[in-house]
Design a protein around this ligand. Structure first.
Ligand code: HEM
Length: 178
């Protein structure tokens, strides 16, 4: 857990302090934490597709770390807006990219909670619940789509990865049903 969560966080913090070229540091950290969370979602979705199941524990840790980075991303957004609750509420109601951001974050909460044994024991259908991750991923793609103005590189990249993961998943199901 420490390596997966703390290492990228430490690298990010050291970047902020070491590189003076970064003009808007808050925006830089908000964007970076968003992308780290997204990369961790990609890893969480991809690891179960591997034949070797010994990585199962790691999958859970990547999922948890994706949630923590999303929370840091959200907290930084609140700090960046000087804890102005009225402004934050208006954003949550009227800004498209913020609305989908909230939807993704809210959907991550039940997945995060049911990754712990206590809740897993209580909710028998937790495996089905974790399929929400696909909806979360889709919302993040929409979140990015609403934010970017010109450079579609990352949107195309992460959309393509999503498509490949879905195709692989389908193919596996097809194989099982054979
Ligand atoms: C309450 C929830 C959320 C809020 C308020 C929020 C807010 C923001 C803000 C303010 C930005 C910077 C926009 C700009 O550069 O002008 C941003 C960017 C971003 N967010 Fe979120 N976000 C939320 C949830 C999420 C989640 C859950 C993820 C990923 C798991 C995510 C991924 C990203 C990414 C990848 C970017 C960078 C987009 C780009 O500039 O290319 N966000 N978000």
């Amino acid at each position: 857990m420490l390596n997966i969560f703390l290492l990228p966080l430490a690298i990010l913090i050291s970047y902020i302090f070491l590189y003076d070229e970064i003009i808007n540091k808050t925006n830089y950290v908000i964007t970076s934490t968003g992308y780290i969370a997204l990369v961790y979602l990609v890893i969480t979705l991809s690891l179960p597709l591997l034949k070797n199941n010994s990585l199962k524990v790691k999958t859970r840790l990547f999922g948890i770390s994706a949630f923590y980075f999303s929370m840091i991303h959200f907290i930084l957004y609140v700090i960046d807006n000087s804890y102005d609750l009225v402004f934050i509420m208006e954003d949550a109601l009227f800004r498209n990219y913020i609305i989908v951001g909230y939807l993704a974050l809210i959907l991550l909460i039940p997945m995060y909670l049911t990754s712990f044994k206590y809740f897993k024991d209580k909710i028998k259908e937790w495996k089905k619940l974790h399929k929400i991750i696909y909806v979360v991923y889709f919302f993040i793609l929409v979140h990015i789509y609403f934010i970017i103005k010109a450079d579609y590189y990352y949107l195309i990249l992460f959309s393509s990865i999503f498509l490949v993961i879905i195709i692989f998943k389908r193919y596996n199901i097809y194989k099982l049903n054979e």
